[in-house]
Design a protein around this ligand. Structure first.
Ligand SMILES: *[C@@H]1O[C@H](CO)[C@@H](O)[C@H](O)[C@H]1NC(C)=O
Ligand SMILES: *[C@@H]1O[C@H](CO)[C@@H](O)[C@H](O)[C@H]1NC(C)=O
Ligand SMILES: *[C@@H]1O[C@H](CO)[C@@H](O)[C@H](O)[C@H]1NC(C)=O
Ligand SMILES: *[C@@H]1O[C@H](CO)[C@@H](O)[C@H](O)[C@H]1NC(C)=O
Ligand SMILES: *[C@@H]1O[C@H](CO)[C@@H](O)[C@H](O)[C@H]1NC(C)=O
Length: 500
């Protein structure tokens, strides 16, 4: 018996030692900036990829004839709500440090930066805008896209040939402008950069069902609200565990809310300011991985494969993409003169646009999961680390994350003349619906990937039981007055939802 428990103790000791060794070696290669979920910078994650994937070879007989781009805006400043959260955090940290000192605890464990910390965004009264780093991401993306597809971007600019659309949100339209400046640089007559003017058009945000379908879809808004408690509950054990660990380590009485704010601060510092030795250094790599997973879980449930409505409501965008390809094929078949038809449709929007769009294409799924989705069955949640998972916010939608669908025309191919190739963050990506290849014949793409979604109608999906709604809202004079009053208020402070 005694011998046995000795063995157990030795085994435990060995495991602890092993864990420490693994911990140390993991530390060396661990770059927190690659683990910031949807707050990740494009340049930091763009080249992380699955090296085992072999892209398909497009032959000389094939030329690109049309490009669809769906991009998220670039790196942006924290929103006003988050700026306030940081000011509250600053006050909280002061209290925590003071309490620790009053308890006459040694403050050796308290990181120096944390004493007297004040938010770098303190006093800023505006938020959410595209920052310089974000401009840079989109500007260079524009240049690279032109270099990668010289055939597509050789025409003289015309708004019908290169259509550029953004949502009616400043960081998205500024992203479109930065991209266009890169795309057309050197081709105009303006200034030393030989820039040229180009048009960026937007639908009203109240009715933009192509790029802001999430914001116009009542049943989605209801779903999202109803899931809040579920998501909180799922994240809670992670936050609890990490909160306890931090309290133990630093001797400060952090609450879960504090830790949640500190994780958000870590993401902003690392992403926007390239600072990783403050808030981020409070967490060990294994803790960062768990916090990252919790964020990814949330986006999976509220914006991704977790619920079919999340992506089905993107059907108008998918229709827009397919329609642009069909037009391009028609122009090709009927031999329209070069320079007389659209060559690229470029869209600048949000994580709430890009995530569902990737889901509509079936990206980041295993092939077996693609079958499940087609049968309308639900997927399992992304697996907890250290198990690997495909659904990582830092890869799926970093700032400036994007999908490009390139339509190729092939002259000497017997089986199919048109092919669709999908690039995610500029790299070929396997499409489970195309047998895991990154390209597929246009007909197959339409049949296997697009058609199942187009059975669904946006209005039917999004308008919860219209009759019911009308009954509920039979307005009295007073409530009419209130709604008038609130609509005025809303006009003054739009975007109540936290948007990525
Ligand atoms: C041309 O067709 C062959 C099979 O007929 C296929 O293997 C090849 O991938 C096609 N070309 C392109 C560009 O995909
Ligand atoms: C933290 O909270 C515990 C229990 O509430 C208390 O005993 C302890 O003194 C507090 N420590 C500090 C540093 O405030
Ligand atoms: C960010 O900091 C790292 C060192 O921590 C440095 O190597 C890197 O060049 C910095 N990046 C930028 C964009 O300043
Ligand atoms: C097309 O298919 C026919 C018969 O299947 C074959 O004889 C011909 O060589 C093929 N042409 C090309 C360009 O692949
Ligand atoms: C995928 O593979 C199966 C069997 O190997 C084949 O029947 C099917 O046509 C392929 N689909 C595509 C899109 O290549």
């Amino acid at each position: 018996m005694l011998k046995n428990s000795m063995n157990v103790a030795q085994l435990l000791l060995l495991q602890v030692l092993l864990a420490i060794v693994i911990h140390i070696s993991a530390d060396e290669s661990f770059d927190v900036r690659q683990h910031l979920s949807t707050v990740s910078r494009y340049g930091v994650v763009k080249d992380i990829s699955d090296n085992s994937f072999v892209p398909s070879q497009i032959t000389d007989q094939c030329t690109p004839i049309h490009l669809n781009l769906v991009a998220r805006h670039g790196t942006r400043a924290p929103t006003k709500k988050r700026i306030r959260e940081f000011e509250a955090l600053s006050a909280r940290l002061e209290v925590l440090v003071r309490d620790a000192k009053e308890q006459k605890q040694s403050s050796d464990n308290i990181p120096a930066w944390l004493m007297g910390w004040s938010s770098p965004w303190k006093g800023k009264r505006t938020g959410g805008e595209l920052i310089h780093e974000g401009e840079d991401e989109l500007y260079h993306l524009g240049i690279r896209v032109r270099e990668q597809f010289p055939d597509l971007f050789s025409e003289e600019y015309h708004p019908d040939i290169y259509s550029i659309k953004a949502t009616q949100v400043p960081r998205a339209s500024a992203s479109a402008v930065a991209f266009g400046m890169g795309l057309f640089s050197g081709k105009g007559k303006l200034g030393t950069g030989a820039h040229r003017a180009f048009a960026v058009t937007s639908e009203s945000r109240a009715s933009d069902i192509v790029l802001r379908f999430h914001d116009c879809c009542q049943s989605y808004k209801d779903f999202r609200k109803s899931q809040k408690p579920t998501v909180e509950k799922l994240k809670e054990p992670i936050l609890d565990e990490i909160t306890q660990a931090l309290v133990r380590q630093y001797g400060l009485n952090f609450t879960k809310q504090d830790v949640s704010s500190l994780w958000f601060l870590c993401k902003q510092e690392a992403s926007l300011l390239n600072i990783t030795n403050q808030a981020c250094s409070l967490f060990r790599p294994s803790e960062v991985s768990l916090l990252e997973w919790a964020d990814d879980l949330e986006s999976f449930i509220l914006k991704g494969y977790g619920n079919s409505l999340n992506y089905r409501m993107g059907v108008p965008l998918l229709e827009d993409v397919i329609q642009s390809m069909e037009q391009a094929i028609k122009a090709k078949e009927e031999g329209y003169a070069s320079g007389s038809y659209e060559k690229a449709r470029l869209r600048f929007a949000h994580a709430e646009t890009l995530l569902p769009f990737s889901c509509l294409l079936g990206l980041f799924l295993e092939e077996s999961e693609f079958e499940l989705i087609q049968r309308e069955e639900t997927l399992q949640f992304p697996r907890k680390p250290p198990t690997k998972r495909n659904w990582r916010g830092s890869i799926v939608t970093p700032f400036a994350g994007n999908n490009m669908l390139v339509l190729y025309s092939c002259v000497s191919n017997n089986s199919s003349k048109y092919f669709v190739k999908v690039l995610h963050n500029e790299r070929p990506i396997p499409i489970p619906g195309c047998n895991g290849s990154d390209s597929c014949p246009f007909e197959v793409f339409k049949e296997r990937i697009v058609a199942p979604h187009l059975k669904h109608d946006y209005n039917a999906l999004c308008n919860v039981n219209l009759e019911q709604k009308e009954k509920n809202s039979a307005p009295s004079k007073l409530s009419q007055m209130f709604s008038w009053f609130f609509s005025l208020r809303n006009a003054v402070t739009p975007a109540q939802n936290v948007e990525l």
